[in-house]
Design a protein around this ligand. Sequence first.
Ligand code: ADP
Length: 472
Amino acid sequence: MSYRFLKSIRARIALWHLCTLAATLLLYMMINLAFLWQEELSELKDSLLDDLQLAENFFGLTDGKQLVWRGDERDLMQDGNQRWIELRNLHQGLIYSNFPDERIHSALPSPTRKPREHLFRSFRLSDGEALLVVQSIHQIHGQWVEIIVGRSRDRMSNVLGQLLMIQALGFPIVIVFAWIGSFFFAGRILSPLKTIIDQTKTISADMLHKRLPVENPDDELGQLSMTFNDLLGKLDRSFKQMRQFTADASHELRTPLAAIRAVGEMALRSPRNVEACQETIGSMLEEVDKLNRLLNDLLSLARSDSGMVEPVFELMDLGTVVQDEAALLKVLAEEKNQHLLMEIEQPCQLKLDRSIFRQAVSNLLHNAIKYTPEGKEIHITVGKTDEGCLLEITDSGPGIDAEHAALVFDRFYRVDKVRSRNTGGFGLGLAIAKWAVEIHGGRIELHSKPGGGCTFRVCLPRAKQPIGIPNA
Ligand code: ADP
């Protein structure tokens, strides 16, 4: 059996099964033989004890009080089995013996004049026949006698030998059949695996919508297929998101580039004075600014996707971080005569990566200022909850319909594409804010009524150290 063959699971299952079966079978055979040997031996011993009793009847007493043999030779044969008997008077010596070998007596312990346990011994005759003999010492007619009886062990050996031969012949046959059966059934059990392998080979990056067949969802192979299908589903979604992201990013990059090109071409076509040139360069720079912002956002998201960002958490006061960010954006709010009202209900300390978390606050505040009409209010509240700290930014803008609410955190999602683009948005701000909150182990929620403004609620765990780096 080559090493290559053993590499196949089918062969290994069959082999393991076979080894287990062979070991169990051998153990069973040994127990069987030992049991039979024990049975035969005890049967032989019982027969010898019967012979001992019979032998006692063979003693006779002469008038001179001498023990003599009074047995009948015919009684020494039973069902074709020879009974071997030796009778001795401890005082006078041998009375009778039909043992074919005189050495038996000398091979046994010398008799003493007191009763003792029967002594069983095995003895091999010169012709090779094995005997089991028993020696007994007791008193008959008031005289100490030694009785030795024996029977051949050959019948017992024959029975055991026959059983051993049957088992030795049957064993390889059973093993061959078991190997064929094991190999066949292992093949049948593993046949869905072959289908899984064949089907998996046909799945390429552009066929991630394909799924493996699940024959039996309750067995291990069914579960393997389901797990693999699950993985395919996730890969499919990721690939689609990636393609969508690339398409959206290219589209967004094209718009400012096309604007720069159009403005440049127009300036080249018509003769210009210094003022007109300055205006052209000004609008070109505006588009370059937009491009810059877009590239920064894309870079943030790409870094978050790659898991390259390693946040450095430091204990700080949430209110202070939000206050600093609001101070930076105050100018924008003032340009629109908006009132940026901040309330710290309860100071709340927690571990933050300042540069990441300020992206969330900045994007939320930017949106609030962007979508709140002139002269209206924006409320910023910092407080505590059971689980940690809370930040709420409530604006007086148009709000977001429920149908869009679940999607605004998706990349490049904009409720009103035209209006959003005019205000310089790419639909990436909330996606980045969500990532920045989740990297702190927190969550971001949107509560909004159309026409009633938006409230973005950020909940951050205080005690728990953030785990994992989520994707925006
Ligand atoms: P953008 O940069 O285009 O604003 P965002 O990801 O920040 O992208 O927001 C996604 C969309 O959600 C926006 O296009 C806008 O339609 C909507 N939105 C976000 N914030 C607000 C808000 N405070 N009020 C109303 N609509 C909002």
